[in-house]
Ligand binder design. Structure first.
Ligand code: SF4
Length: 377
């Protein structure tokens, strides 16, 4: 466990060492709809660009109004932390992500860059075909960039490595379903985040060693169980705060949490279609949950499967996808009588006010309105 949290903490050193060892290129990406398998098949290390709080005296001028997450992504490029990244890819996603991509490319024009269109309505009639043709275009561009043809065998290997990673991480999520889980939410989140900046084959080896050890662990006491919903995260500070108050996040519905690994690529002869279908069928992000909304019911299913007592919605300030999606999530939680607390994060976690809100929620659910009595009673 510690290996994963240390690796995440030292993620820039990890990527630099990987480059030295393999001679490969590193490609930065922002969003979970980026089909990493394609880059991995080309011998590239896809690295998720994630925020971390650093002093910032530039983004107010260049990216005023962006959410903090995206401002910090650019800030880290500007401060030189991502100087090992060879290229950057943006996908059809929220406007702040695009702005972070655009600003970074204006300031660092020598980076290789690519914009991948991913349909905004994943369930639409033509989306799978559009996605497949976009993947074919991107495959060609990656081949041009690396000077290496991507074969079917390369794609099969990448699909297998990524599917294995998803399966192993799902095993960690399953351990959190127990009444007395052997792993806390903060520990699980640090593993999840580390896996998003690592070579997945290396992550898989570490997970295969870790999981049997976790299964033999002494379980934690039963705590108030939470589902965490909202904008993507970049550390486990919130989970740690909740644990300090006697709670535990047993499941999340976050872009870089469960939504990152919840479904696999189902292998088929047309590898690009198989990859495209996986991304179009993944749990919808708030931005792509259009027309017939799937997200609220998915959140409810997770809440039931993981037997949560209450929900915490942590929205990043200025995050419009989660701002506009919130009404549908609130409506569902109210209908199903699941208690919840909503708050906004800014550059850092507003520690004291968050603590007070969560403490109040824990005090409210403890006396009886819990999963043990049934939410609807
Ligand atoms: S989805 Fe929200 S938190 Fe994420 S980059 Fe977009 S606005 Fe920021």
């Amino acid at each position: 466990m510690q290996n994963f949290s240390q690796l995440f903490e030292n993620r820039h050193e990890y990527a630099k060492e990987w480059k030295k060892r393999t001679g490969g290129k590193v490609l930065g990406f922002f969003d979970t709809y980026f089909p990493e398998e394609l880059a991995y098949a080309a011998g590239i290390l896809p690295v998720r660009i994630m925020a971390k709080h650093y002093a910032d005296d530039t983004t107010d001028r260049l990216m005023y109004g962006n959410c903090y997450v995206t401002r910090d992504m650019f800030n880290q490029f500007n401060l030189g932390y991502y100087d090992y990244v060879d290229g950057l890819v943006s996908i059809e996603s929220c406007q702040w992500w695009y702005n972070a991509f655009d600003t970074t490319m204006q300031m660092f024009p020598n980076l290789w860059s690519y914009y991948l269109f991913t349909p905004d309505y994943p369930d639409a009639n033509r989306s799978k075909d559009v996605m497949r043709s976009e993947l074919a275009l991107m495959k060609g561009k990656l081949e041009e960039w690396t000077g290496k043809a991507i074969s079917d065998a390369d794609l099969d290997n990448a699909i297998e490595v990524y599917n294995t990673n998803r399966r192993l991480l799902r095993r960690i999520y399953e351990l959190r379903r127990f009444n007395n889980p052997v792993i806390l939410g903060s520990e699980a989140m640090e593993i999840m985040l580390a896996c998003q900046v690592m070579d997945k084959a290396e992550a898989n080896k570490m997970l295969e060693e870790l999981i049997p050890k976790l299964e033999d662990r002494e379980p934690y006491e039963d705590r108030v169980r939470f589902i965490l919903i909202g904008s993507e995260t970049y550390d486990a500070e919130l989970e740690k705060l909740i644990e300090g108050l006697g709670g535990n996040v047993v499941i999340d519905e976050l872009d870089n949490g469960s939504a990152y690994i919840w479904n696999e690529v189902i292998p088929m002869k047309d590898r690009l279609m198989a990859i495209g279908l996986r991304y179009m069928s993944k749990p919808h992000s708030a931005l792509k949950d259009n027309v017939w909304r799937r997200r609220p019911e998915h959140i409810f299913e997770l809440s039931e499967d993981f037997q949560v007592d209450a929900a915490i919605i942590a929205k990043q300030i200025y995050c419009h996808p989660h701002g506009t999606d919130m009404y549908a999530v609130w409506k569902l939680l109210q209908e199903r009588k699941i208690p919840y607390h909503t708050f906004e994060r800014d550059t850092t976690l507003p520690y004291e006010e968050t603590r007070m809100g969560i403490e109040a929620l824990i005090n409210m659910v403890k006396p009886g309105m819990t999963r043990l009595n049934g939410w609807s009673s």
